[in-house]
Write a protein that binds this ligand. Structure first.
Ligand code: PLP
Length: 368
């Protein structure tokens, strides 16, 4: 029986356990001094003026979009290859997601396709830095400036990713991060909004907590989306480890990708622009013209005891909820995403892998 190599797992140890225990025994569970300390440390680390901690990455997207003033009927340009939460945050505000195509090399929003989708109703662009690769922020920011659009970066898969020497989440008007268990760092569940705008930071703090402006004054309709104090304590420890965890994640991904780049059936998506890629996924695309399928690769990896990721099998505009709410969007055909969706497999690249395990991953892929 061969040991299975997991595709991902959280990297949490005694230090996190100790601080969470300390908070549990203190009886102070709601957002407090530890969450504030985590916010300050995260803002500093990310090169942003402010950071506002929330309950999930989805809440971070929703609150940031609402705080930026996106509302009913506004069009928000989104990529069709991402986790659905990117789009549900737009739908919750009764705004309209408008899908643009993706770049075949970085799999993020393709600026020329975004330009084609801009209308007088466009209010914002929501690039996702997918799998740890940054979207082409220079071109997207230039487009946004030309047309007076807001830019919210979905950084849920890109903690520490850089474009032009700056961390993502510090480039647009706001960034949204997720601390779900298998992300680059975790607080169990959790999220963070980053921004340089003091008014947005202030509004986001109210929107995460019942829309309260004072102890008994509710100015906005809003849920409770606060981060727990346990999450804040855990986040501080995880943030201190993040750069090292990322270094290992990057080294492991490059080790694998360098050794499989000659395979004819495989296409390795890599950004053409200079950047720091933090490889949330170590992605391999099964070329459509190879006659092979992602399903076959999955079966092969499974038989070898190699974990994998396989998500976003169809462009998001085909999801049943989009068909229901925006049936016209479901009818479109964006050529690049249609040729990629369902064909991307993520290989194990997490920071805990040893050389022997990395070699097993390489061998398994090469023997496909
Ligand atoms: C691109 C993207 N956006 C948003 C989210 C939502 O984050 P969360 O699961 O913390 O709500 C995720 C996470 O899973 C994600 O991958």
């Amino acid at each position: 029986m061969i040991n299975k190599i997991d595709v991902a797992r959280p990297f949490v140890g005694e230090e996190e356990a100790a601080v969470v225990r300390e908070v549990l025994l203190s009886g102070q569970y709601t957002s407090g001094k530890r969450v504030r300390a985590f916010e300050e440390a995260f803002a500093r680390w990310n090169g942003s003026q402010y950071a506002v901690a929330v309950s999930t990455g989805t809440a971070a997207l929703h609150i940031a979009l609402e705080g930026l003033g996106v509302g009913p009927g506004d069009e928000v340009i989104v990529p069709p290859l991402t986790f659905f939460a990117t789009v549900s945050s737009v739908l919750y505000l009764r705004a309209v997601p408008v899908f643009a195509d993706i770049d075949p090399d970085d799999l993020c929003l393709y600026p020329a396709s975004v330009a084609e989708k801009i209308t007088p109703r466009t209010r914002a662009v929501l690039p996702v830095h997918l799998f740890g690769a940054p979207a082409r922020m220079d071109e997207l920011l230039a487009l946004a400036e030309k047309h007076g659009l807001l830019v919210l970066e979905d950084c849920a898969q890109a903690h520490g990713t850089e474009f032009g020497g700056r961390k993502v989440g510090s480039l647009g008007q706001a960034g949204a991060f997720s601390f779900f268990a298998t992300k680059h760092m975790t607080t169990g569940e959790g999220g963070m909004i980053t921004t340089d705008d003091p008014n947005l930071a202030d509004l986001a703090r109210r929107l995460r907590s019942h829309g309260m402006a004072g102890r008994d004054s509710h100015e906005h309709l809003a849920y409770n989306n606060r981060m727990t104090e346990m999450g804040g304590a855990m986040g501080l420890i995880q943030l201190a480890k993040l750069d090292e965890l990322n270094d290992r994640r990057i080294a492991h991904s490059e080790y694998i990708l360098d050794r499989i780049q000659d395979l004819e059936w495989a296409r390795l998506p890599r950004p053409r622009h200079a950047c720091k890629h933090t490889y949330f996924w170590c992605p391999v695309i099964v070329r459509p013209e190879s006659g092979r399928s992602a399903e076959q690769l999955k079966a092969h990896l499974q038989a070898q005891g190699i974990g994998f990721r396989h998500r976003y099998a169809e462009p998001l505009y085909r999801q049943p909820v989009i068909r229901k709410l925006h049936p016209e969007a479901a009818e479109q055909h964006l050529p690049v995403v249609e040729s990629v969706a369902g064909r991307v497999i993520g290989l194990p690249n997490h920071p805990g892998l040893g050389r022997e395990e990395l070699d097993r991953v390489v061998e398994a892929v090469r023997s496909f």
